[in-house]
Ligand binder design. Structure first.
Ligand SMILES: NC(=O)c1ccc[n+]([C@@H]2O[C@H](COP(=O)([O-])OP(=O)(O)OC[C@H]3O[C@@H](n4cnc5c(N)ncnc54)[C@H](O)[C@@H]3O)[C@@H](O)[C@H]2O)c1
Length: 321
C-alpha cells in the first residue's frame, strides 16, 4: 500500500509510520513540526523515519492547500492508496486557551484533507478521533453506539465534527472512512504535555507534581503498540464507514499509574492535589468489543509493563543514569 500519513512527526504518527515502513508499505509523511511542544522531539522522531528508503517527508501545514496538493500528487490514486490522518491540535486544556487554532487545524484542516481524498479518488481515509467525543458521560464502559451529542471540550467537539464530516463524504461520494477513538495513549517517544511525561519530568527534577481531580481520576490507558495494531488493521480492512474505540480495555486509578512511575524511578514525588480542570472528565473506560470483532484488535500491554518501557526510553533520551 501507499499511505499519506499526516502528523508523521507526532507520537502516534511516528510509531504508525514505522510499523508500515517495516512491513514494506510506502509512506509519505506530512507534518508542520509546530511548537506546541518541543519540536526537537518531532525532528528526532522524523530522523528515525528518514532511515527508511520507502519514506518521504513533505513539510507542510494542513491549512496550506498547495502543500497538501503536493502530498496528494506523491500519493496518487486508486484502491491501494490510503490517507491516515493523525495530524491535529491535541489536548483538552490547550483547546480552552487556543480555541481558534482548534477550529482551523482540526476542522478546516480535516475539510482540506477529505476534499482531496474525494477529488483524487484515494482508496480510503483512516483518521484519529478521540475518547473526548464522549464528553463527561457517566456511562461505563463507553461504546461506539452511545450518543455523543453533548461535548465537554472544544477539542472533543472538533473530533466529533470530523466524524460528521467523514459521514457526509461517505454518503455523498462513497469515500471509505474509518474514525478511531483513541483512549489516553502512552509509551516511548510520547507527548510531553501528557500525564506520564509530566509526572516523570516533575519527579526527576524534584518539582511538585500537580495532580488534578484530587487524584481520583481513572483512565483507560492504551499502550502505543496496541494503538498501532488497531490503526494498521483499520488501514487494511478499509471498511466503508465505521467508528472504533481503541482503548486498553482496563480502567486504572491515576494514583496506581503514579505509583508505577515512582517505582521505576526509585523516587517518590511531592504531590499537590488540585481540583478537576475545566473540560476534563473523571473517568474513561472503553468497550473495545467492536474493534476486537471487526479489526482483530487485542490490546495486550498493561501499565505494569508499558510504563517501565516509557521510563527506560526517557532515561536514555535525556541521558539520565
Ligand atoms: N495521544 C493520545 O492519547 C490521543 C488520544 C486521543 C486522540 N488523539 C489524536 O491522535 C492524533 C495523534 O496524536 P499524538 O498524540 O500523536 O499527537 P502529536 O501532537 O504528537 O502529533 C500530531 C502531529 O501533527 C502535527 N500537526 C498538528 N497540526 C498540524 C497542521 N496544521 N499541519 C501539519 N501538521 C500538523 C504536529 O506537528 C504533530 O507532529 C491526533 O489527532 C490526536 O488528536 C491522541
Amino acid at each position: 500500500m501507499k499511505i499519506l500519513l499526516t502528523g508523521s512527526a507526532g507520537f502516534i504518527g511516528m510509531h504508525t509510520a514505522k510499523a508500515l515502513l517495516e512491513r514494506g508499505d510506502t509512506v509519505i509523511g506530512f507534518d508542520n513540526f509546530n511548537d506546541y511542544y518541543d519540536p526537537t522531539l518531532k525532528e528526532k522522531r522524523n530522523e528515525m523515519l528518514e532511515n527508511y528508503d520507502n519514506f518521504t517527508l513533505i513539510r507542510g501545514d494542513l491549512k496550506d492547500k498547495g502543500a497538501l496538493e503536493k502530498a496528494f500528487d506523491a500519493l496518487g490514486s486508486g484502491k491501494d492508496t490510503r490517507v491516515c490522518h493523525l495530524a491535529a491540535q491535541a489536548g483538552v486544556r490547550h483547546s480552552i486557551e487556543n480555541p481558534d487554532i482548534f477550529m482551523t487545524d482540526n476542522i478546516e484542516g480535516f475539510a482540506n484533507i477529505i476534499e482531496l481524498c474525494k477529488d483524487r479518488e484515494v482508496g480510503g481515509l483512516i483518521y484519529a478521533s478521540s475518547s473526548s467525543v464522549y464528553g463527561d458521560s457517566d456511562v461505563s464502559p463507553l461504546s461506539e453506539e452511545q450518543n455523543t451529542d453533548a461535548q465537554a471540550s472544544l477539542y472533543g467537539m472538533t473530533k466529533k465534527a470530523n466524524e460528521l464530516q467523514a459521514s457526509v463524504y461517505h454518503s455523498l461520494y462513497g469515500l471509505p472512512c474509518t474514525g478511531l477513538r483513541f483512549f489516553t495513549v502512552y509509551g516511548p517517544w510520547g507527548r510531553p504535555d501528557m500525564a506520564l511525561y509530566l509526572f516523570t519530568n516533575w519527579i526527576v527534577h524534584g518539582e511538585t507534581m500537580k495532580i488534578f481531580g484530587e487524584g481520583k481520576m481513572r483512565r483507560d490507558f492504551t499502550y502505543i503498540d496496541d494503538i498501532v495494531s488497531g490503526v494498521v488493521a483499520s488501514l487494511d480492512k478499509n471498511y466503508p464507514l465505521e467508528i472504533f474505540n481503541l482503548g486498553g480495555d482496563k480502567t486504572e486509578e491515576l494514583m496506581d499509574y503514579v505509583k508505577i512511575i515512582e517505582e521505576c524511578l526509585g523516587k517518590e514525588g511531592e504531590k499537590s492535589f488540585l481540583p478537576m480542570q475545566p473540560g476534563d472528565v473523571v473517568q474513561t473506560s472503553a468497550n473495545v468489543n467492536k474493534a476486537r470483532k471487526m479489526l482483530g484488535y487485542d490490546p495486550k500491554t498493561q501499565i505494569q509493563d508499558g510504563v517501565p518501557r516509557f521510563i527506560e526510553w526517557y532515561k536514555e533520551y535525556y541521558n539520565i543514569k
